[in-house]
Ligand binder design. Structure first.
Ligand code: NAD
Length: 388
């Protein structure tokens, strides 16, 4: 295959960006073949391609029907529709032997992510399933992951991510009718803005074992879903953490700290600062803690800023890695299967908040996973009933 023929499903805010990048020849190996209905405010971006005869289908159904009838030949789709639709569209794409790049999150609840994976596993053809976790292309987060995984400073003691710079005024919530609803969006900031952070959290630090969540619905905006979240996290090896997010704080911050055995990593303002302690102590921190004769030592570590490099255009990198994975068997920025973990996290935080209890995250393929899915979906149904 020389070029991957792509259809973009859901041409709003994000889909129009992806379609434009492909239509403008910015992604080697991808050719834009079709889109679904283009929202009027995004038409201009695609005017050249539309004038040149780009095929436009009324809906995802119509696009897949054209593929199934042989009227439209595609190799891949990009799914950029509201969250509930991702499962159905990704599954139908796999049933038609199409590669899938799905925008985050993989769905509203983890069962949807599991069903997408099952549809993929059932195909004979080797298909690429990738997720748009574009923040993984940020060199600062990549460097954090490298440092943690290198083990250079020991294992994780504690994690803290305060991400309150997702500020949104009320107009954001009225800009698309599906936003900030339980029945169409599936949640608030946890599901809409935070999948990126939750993905990075599990990508860099591993999947937590249990969480306790506190979600405040409509605290800053007239919406029935949460616009503030506080979660306490615990990992199986004893590491602990907090995750705080808000769309109603100004000024907000985005400060991600990882405390390791012998260093503190602080990611803020696009910079990664590292404070090393072993050099200053003359020994590893644990040895110092065990042996110090001074009951009140002031530990001054040695700070430096990591050289992380410049960030390239994230969406271009995502699309290019998808193309390369199909054409040259490379690794995409994020494999689709990894989308399940951020959903475990968001689903568990909701469930914990609704039921006021600690929630254990399930292991994929376990009996607990089925119980977890069931419990979350029951809770979600209650929310939908409450607000419809
Ligand atoms: N990766 C990122 O940085 C990022 C940023 C924002 C949003 N997103 C995600 O992108 C997805 C879309 O969000 P958005 O902000 O572009 O929303 P949007 O409302 O601007 O666009 C969604 C589009 O999907 C269309 N659509 C809905 N159902 C459809 C169907 N059955 N068939 C065809 N088209 C259909 C709508 O008409 C609309 O044009 C969501 O999953 C969202 O979470 C990702």
């Amino acid at each position: 295959m020389e070029n991957v023929r792509v259809g973009v499903i859901g041409v709003g805010n994000m889909g129009s960006k992806y379609a434009q990048l492909i239509a403008n020849g910015r992604i080697a190996g991808l050719r834009l073949e079709a889109v679904t209905r283009v929202r009027p405010e995004y038409r201009e971006k695609l005017q050249g391609a539309l004038d040149a005869g780009l095929r436009v289908y009324e809906s995802a159904d119509a696009l897949f029907a054209a593929v199934e009838s042989g009227e439209l030949e595609l190799d891949a789709v990009v799914v950029a529709t509201p969250h509930y639709a991702h499962e159905e569209q990704a599954v139908r794409a796999f049933q038609n032997d199409l590669h899938v790049l799905c925008d985050k999150p993989a769905g509203v609840y983890s069962r949807q992510a599991r069903r997408i994976e099952e549809a993929l596993a059932g195909r004979e053809k080797k298909l690429v399933y990738s997720m748009v976790f574009n923040q993984r292309t940020n060199p600062v987060y990549r460097r954090m992951k490298e440092i943690v995984e290198s083990g250079k400073y020991g294992s994780i003691k504690r994690v803290s991510w305060v991400v309150t710079d997702w500020y949104r005024p009320d107009v954001y919530y009225t800009s698309s009718s599906w936003r900030a609803t339980w029945d169409k969006d599936g949640g608030g900031t946890l599901l809409n803005q935070c999948p990126h952070n939750l993905d990075l959290l599990q990508w860099i630090c591993g999947v937590p074992a249990r969480v306790q969540g506190f979600c405040r619905e409509g605290k800053y905006h007239p919406i029935p879903v949460e616009d503030e979240v506080t979660a306490y996290l615990e990992w199986a090896d004893g590491a602990t953490g907090i995750f705080i997010a808000s769309t109603g704080e100004a000024a907000g911050v985005n400060r991600f700290e990882i405390s390791l055995e012998d260093a503190l990593l602080v990611c803020e303002g696009g910079e990664l600062r590292v404070c090393e302690v072993a050099g200053a102590l003359g020994m590893r921190e644990e040895a110092f803690r065990r042996t110090s004769a001074d009951p009140f030592p002031k530990i001054r570590g040695e700070w430096h800023t990591e050289e992380c490099g410049r960030e390239e255009e994230p969406y271009r990198v995502i699309l290019q890695s998808f193309s390369d994975a199909i054409l040259h068997r490379g690794d995409p920025v994020a494999w689709g299967e990894e989308g399940r973990y951020s959903l475990y996290l968001s689903n568990a935080i909701y469930l914990s908040s609704w039921n006021r209890e600690t929630v254990e995250l399930p292991v994929p393929g376990s009996e607990e996973e089925l119980r977890f899915e069931e419990a979350f979906e029951q809770g979600l149904k209650r929310k939908i009933r409450q607000y419809s």
